[in-house]
Design a protein around this ligand. Sequence first.
Ligand SMILES: Cc1cc2nc3c(=O)[nH]c(=O)nc-3n(C[C@H](O)[C@H](O)[C@H](O)COP(=O)(O)OP(=O)(O)OC[C@H]3O[C@@H](n4cnc5c(N)ncnc54)[C@H](O)[C@@H]3O)c2cc1C
Length: 298
Amino acid sequence: MESLISKMNIKVRRDCTLAELTSFKVGGPADCVLYPESAEQCASLIAASKASGKYLIFLGNGSNVLGSDKGCRDYILRTDGLSTLSIDKDGIMTVGAGVKGVKASSFAAKSGFSGLEFLYGIPGTVGGAVFMNAGAYDGSMDQVVLRTRYLDDDGNLCTLEGEAHSFGYRKSFFMEHPKFLILETELQLRPGNSEEIFAKIEELQAKRREKQPLEYPSAGSTFKRPEGYFAGKLIQDAGLSGYSIGGAQVSEKHCGFIINANHATGADVRNLISHVKKTVLERFGVELECEVLMLGEE
Ligand SMILES: Cc1cc2nc3c(=O)[nH]c(=O)nc-3n(C[C@H](O)[C@H](O)[C@H](O)COP(=O)(O)OP(=O)(O)OC[C@H]3O[C@@H](n4cnc5c(N)ncnc54)[C@H](O)[C@@H]3O)c2cc1C
């Protein structure tokens, strides 16, 4: 791996922490973070890591993960360098996995195409959004994704079309294949008026600012929405608003968010997640499932 990194001149950081790489701002050392800038570099890294018996961990903007206090000894591949962004006259937009949702959404709006307004306020990359089937305010990735190019765990270039993405609520084909790297995706958007699209974006942003504790580090909604309920309401009704363990707290503004209120550790957040799940199960018989994914050594 090391000789490949220097031979291919791949950007690398070795002095980093998971806290710096994630929106929760939690987690210990990240030994080696790679920033490839092409599909070829990614394919070589995947093949070399498999040959060495170590898999790479893929990371977009780190906005849906909780870093562990022990950190991550594996190589982390950040997708920032996968930055393609174009749209044709028929509204087919090609977006690199590392492009931030806010950038893709405003690019579509400026180009006069509608369909990505929901993505503006989701603070991840387009690759992370495909992986998670991210969504908000009645919009979600499954409504717009046409096809996705990715590398399998041998570094082969593959294409996934339409329904093969197996999208469901915060689910996709890629969750079942966490060793596959999303390179870029094609989205089908529809013609619209730029001014109206930006007005819609602002309306959704205002709702977010009103309801969500955006002033604190977090990974967004901690739990998935259980069938027939809202996680935040169950947590509030269980009397857990503002409940804290160490520096982690159930947000008083939106109980569905666990926030890093005061230098939380990964253990603080995990313990709070367990306490919330146990309390809600005991009080209401509802099993909450974590939407946030764990990153690093157990
Ligand atoms: C304030 C706040 C608000 C949020 N609001 C919403 C919301 O309204 N709706 C919503 O759905 N989510 C929301 N989120 C959660 C999060 O932003 C989304 O899940 C987002 O899509 C994650 O993208 P990311 O690039 O940060 O992924 P990361 O957190 O970096 O990664 C998430 C997972 O995707 C995998 N992954 C990332 N990129 C790739 C790739 N290129 N190839 C293969 N695997 C990859 C990672 O390995 C990891 O398993 C919110 C988060 C915050 C902090």
